[in-house]
Design a protein around this ligand. Structure first.
Ligand code: PEP
Length: 248
C-alpha cells in the first residue's frame, strides 16, 4: 500500500471575523509549531475575507492555507468571484471544490466542478474534491454508485493526481451528528480509489461529516482514511487540535 500522509483540513465555512478568525488561526498555528516537525499535515480554510490575514498569522508554522471555492476562469468579468490564481497569490496551497453545500445552494454541477479543478491545478493548487451521497441514495443502497459517478464526473479529462485530494462527505452526515459505520467509510473509500484508477493508491482520500474529538480516533486509525475534513469542530482550536492529534 502507498505511504500516504494524513491530512486534517478545517473548513470554517462562512464563520469568523477578523479578531475571532485570527485568534483561532494563531491558536492552531501555535499548537502545530509546538509539535514541529508535524507527523501529519494541517490546512485551514477560512472564508475568503480572512485568507490574507490568516496567511500572515500561520506564516512560519507548519499550518497550510486553503480556500473554500475558486472560479474556473483565471480573470475577467466575473463580479464577486475569486480565481485560483488569486488564491495561489495569497499563499493558498489547497482549495475545497464541489462541497455539497455549494452543489445544493449554488447549483454547482459536477461538470462545473471539473472545470474548477482544472483551473486550480493549473494555478498550482491542490484541489480537495468533495463527493458524497444523499440520504435518499443511501436509503436505496445506491451510495457507492452515486459517489463513484460523482468522482468521475467531477474530474477533468486530464488531472494531476499529485494535486488531488478526495473528501468523502456523505451529505446526510454533514452537520447532523450522524456518521457512517467504519465499514461503510472503508467500502466507499475503496470505491473512490477504484474509480480513480491506477493513481487511486497515491491520492489521499479523506472522510468528512460530523467529525469530532469523540469520534475521530477510530476513523483516523482506519488505513483507508488518509485524514479528515472538519466543519463545525474546526471552529474551536482545542477541539480541532484534539482531532488532528488522533493522526499520530
Ligand atoms: C463539511 O461541511 O465539510 C463538514 C465536514 O461539516 P461538519 O464537520 O460540520 O459536519
Amino acid at each position: 500500500m502507498a505511504n500516504r500522509r494524513k491530512l486534517v483540513v478545517g473548513n470554517w465555512k462562512m464563520n469568523g471575523r477578523l479578531t475571532s478568525g485570527l485568534n483561532l488561526a494563531k491558536d492552531v498555528a501555535d499548537k502545530a509549531s509546538a509539535q514541529k516537525p508535524l507527523a501529519f499535515d494541517v490546512v485551514l480554510c477560512p472564508p475568503a475575507t480572512l485568507i490574507w490575514p490568516v496567511a500572515e498569522v500561520v506564516a512560519g508554522s507548519p499550518v497550510m492555507l486553503g480556500a473554500q471555492n475558486g472560479h474556473a476562469a483565471n480573470h475577467g468579468a466575473y463580479t464577486g468571484e475569486i480565481s485560483a490564481g488569486m488564491l495561489a497569490d495569497l499563499g493558498c496551497r489547497y482549495v475545497i471544490l464541489g462541497h455539497s453545500e455549494r452543489r445544493a445552494a449554488q447549483g454547482e454541477t459536477s461538470a462545473m466542478v471539473a472545470e474548477k479543478i482544472a483551473a486550480a491545478q493549473l494555478a498550482g493548487l491542490i484541489a480537495i474534491l468533495c463527493v458524497g451521497e444523499t440520504q435518499e441514495q443511501r436509503a436505496s443502497g445506491a451510495a457507492e454508485t452515486a459517489v463513484a459517478r460523482q468522482v468521475s464526473e467531477s474530474l477533468p479529462e486530464k488531472f494531476d493526481a499529485s494535486k488531488l485530494v478526495v473528501a468523502y462527505e456523505p451529505v446526510w452526515a454533514i452537520g447532523s451528528g450522524e456518521l457512517p459505520t467504519l465499514d461503510d467509510i472503508r467500502r466507499i473509500h475503496k470505491a473512490i480509489r477504484k474509480t480513480l484508477g491506477p493513481v487511486g493508491e497515491m491520492v489521499q482520500v479523506l472522510y468528512g461529516g460530523s467529525v469530532a474529538p469523540s469520534n475521530a480516533g477510530p476513523i483516523l486509525a482506519e488505513p483507508e482514511v488518509d485524514g479528515v475534513l472538519v466543519g463545525s469542530a474546526s471552529l474551536n482550536s482545542d477541539g480541532f487540535w484534539a482531532i488532528a492529534e488522533k493522526c499520530r
